[in-house]
Design a protein around this ligand. Structure first.
Ligand code: 5GP
Length: 197
């Protein structure tokens, strides 16, 4: 999505350690008009899928997921990062290794909000090593629900997550795929995606 690529070029900051900071329009201050354009594009890219729910993970996926959901007219469920898991049988749980905080979280979704009739679109801000998305797929499969696809704002194509998730046969659409980025010059190269706007 050209508008997102241009915004990343203009306002994104490449940090050491393969981190792209997009705090001024995604991760701290949020540009909801841009999120809205992203929602329109995801709706087009997943038009043939019978999506009835969007699943994301707290905290940074929630804002995007809510605006995207307005294009699908479906509810958003966010997986919660739990400090301690209560094994009362009322939640699906999995573990996720955090890329940004370098620690493992227990992640939970109540069984009330995920069930075998659900056809889920996963939405998140970034795809790096794929741990967050893999965890969400795990929760969906525990519920016997169907993964219809994964919609990502920014994929770092030089990390393994995209290949891992696509390797499972899941449709992954990332609106900007960073092929390479250089912290010393700030240069960012995007992958060509002819099927996107
Ligand atoms: P993964 O689980 O795919 O390794 O990492 C994805 C998660 O880590 C995303 O939910 C996102 O919050 C965070 N993340 C990974 N890489 C970056 C990055 O370069 N910039 C920012 N802002 N967040 C990232």
């Amino acid at each position: 999505m050209k508008a997102l690529e241009e915004r990343i070029r203009r306002d994104g900051i490449v940090k050491e350690g393969n981190v792209l900071k997009v705090d001024s329009f995604i991760n701290h201050q949020m540009d909801v008009d841009l999120f809205n354009e992203m929602g329109e594009e995801f709706k087009r890219l997943f038009a043939d899928k019978p999506i009835n729910k969007i699943l994301t993970i707290e905290a940074s996926g929630i804002g995007i997921a809510c605006i995207v959901a307005q294009h699908f007219h479906v509810p958003v469920v966010f997986a919660k990062k739990a400090k301690s898991i209560n094994l009362d049988g009322e939640s699906y749980t999995t573990k996720v290794q955090s890329f940004t905080h370098k620690r493992v979280y227990d992640v939970i979704v109540s069984k009330k909000y995920l069930n075998e009739d659900d056809h889920i679109l996963i939405i998140d801000d970034f795809l790096a090593n794929g741990c967050a998305v893999n965890g969400l797929i795990d929760l969906i499969r525990s519920a016997g629900a169907t993964v219809e696809g994964v919609g990502i704002a920014v994929e770092k194509g030089f990390q393994d997550g995209g290949a891992i998730i696509r390797g499972k046969g899941v449709q992954v659409e990332s609106l900007a795929i960073v092929e390479s980025m250089d912290a010393s010059t700030g240069e960012i190269v995007f992958r060509e995606q002819p099927h996107q706007s």
